[in-house]
Write a protein that binds this ligand. Sequence first.
Ligand SMILES: CO[C@H](O)c1c[n+]2c([nH]1)[C@H](O)[C@@H](O)[C@H](O)[C@H]2CO
Length: 447
Amino acid sequence: MSTDHAFPPGFLWGAATSAYQIEGDPLADGAGPSIWHRFSHTPGRVAGNATGDLACDHYHRAQEDVALMANLGLNAYRFSIAWGRVLPDGRGRVNQRGLDFYQRLVDRLLEQDIQPMITLYHWDLPTALHDRGGWLNPESPAWFADYAQVLFRALDDRVAAWVTINEPWVAAVLGHLEGVHAPGHADAFEAARVTHHLLLAHAEACAVYRAIGAHQIGIALNLEPQYPASDSAADRAAADRRDAFINRWLLDPLFFGRYPEAMPAIFGPAWPDFPSADLERIRRPADFIGVNYYSRGWVQADPSAWPLGATRIQRTDAPSTAMGWEVYPNGLTETLLRLKTQYGNPPAYITENGAAFEDPAPVEDRVEDAHRVAYLRDHITAAGAALQEGVNLRGYFLWSLLDNFEWAEGYTKRFGLYRVDPEEQRRIPKASADFYRKVIASNGVGM
Ligand SMILES: CO[C@H](O)c1c[n+]2c([nH]1)[C@H](O)[C@@H](O)[C@H](O)[C@H]2CO
């Protein structure tokens, strides 16, 4: 097998970001606050009590950042829209100045032949809707569909692909079960219903798009292959449960119109009896699947670990990133192949892949991030290997363009191709930016 993974002509080479993580100035020009604005301003919730008030100041530096993207040679850029900038109350009144920011951004990208891929929801629900029950409210799918329609009508003439929701699993589990993300709830009876409403919201937005849209729409899932820490029956069963909990909980309803049988056992009484009509509506309304891949799970049975009776353990004999995630490129190939062999080989994009490392300090305005270069080389090679096995892969979006607000970790974890320190707001290139520029120019990873 050739080691120089040339990718097909027209393959998308992008970078990915999200609104709350890079824009800053979240209440500018009439915008309404989000649950992440409220959460990050709650002392003790985010490392260093950091907030997205400044972040990468992208709201005021978008033109400079689009120039960086053009200099990299990106042919695509994935970003999210802050719901509260467009609909400050979450519903009804459109804030034209907020919408204008995104109109200008899209036009600037197109001027540089960079295709926009827009994520409608990357976790920043308007507080006005959260205060009406948020994603627990059965009306939330309709709220989302109305918001999506405003954006489709305003931008679909210039947008190649839409992602409805980024990682419903993270929004539901970290935000409503573990309480470590906004809105900070830790309630076993919330996660299953929030996930269900997020999937219904995805389906309702797709239905609206079918009526008025002209391009592609999909969803982005965090997919993490699970491996047993030993060959014991207990560890193998634990890995299967964690696979259902992280991967199949979302994949199966989207592709098969049913939740995995393991879910009621995992959640017990916290698992509602969802109407089959809902599941039919959720099934197969999208044009592509977005894969956010970072690492794999190395799983050990642990009866004390609710709700799975399984824990992801840190391997001491394998390299890991600053997030404590094992570096395992083969997991990307295996995840993509699974979509081919088990889910009908749908059109797919790698909508996120990247790594945080303890980058060295800049020297003469450059950061030598050799670890990140190696991570990206190995994972882009792994993506190429999946393509050679016939996976229907259409593009790769690197997480992330800029060091940014890493949710509960604040600014302590750096994923960017460009170093950004909020107090300075310079974009300092890293060696990984030069590496990615070469990958794009050669449409593949030369060994
Ligand atoms: C297990 O990682 C998840 O798939 C994941 C990792 N990440 C994400 N999801 C989010 O989509 C981004 O907003 C994060 O900044 C990024 C880096 O942490």
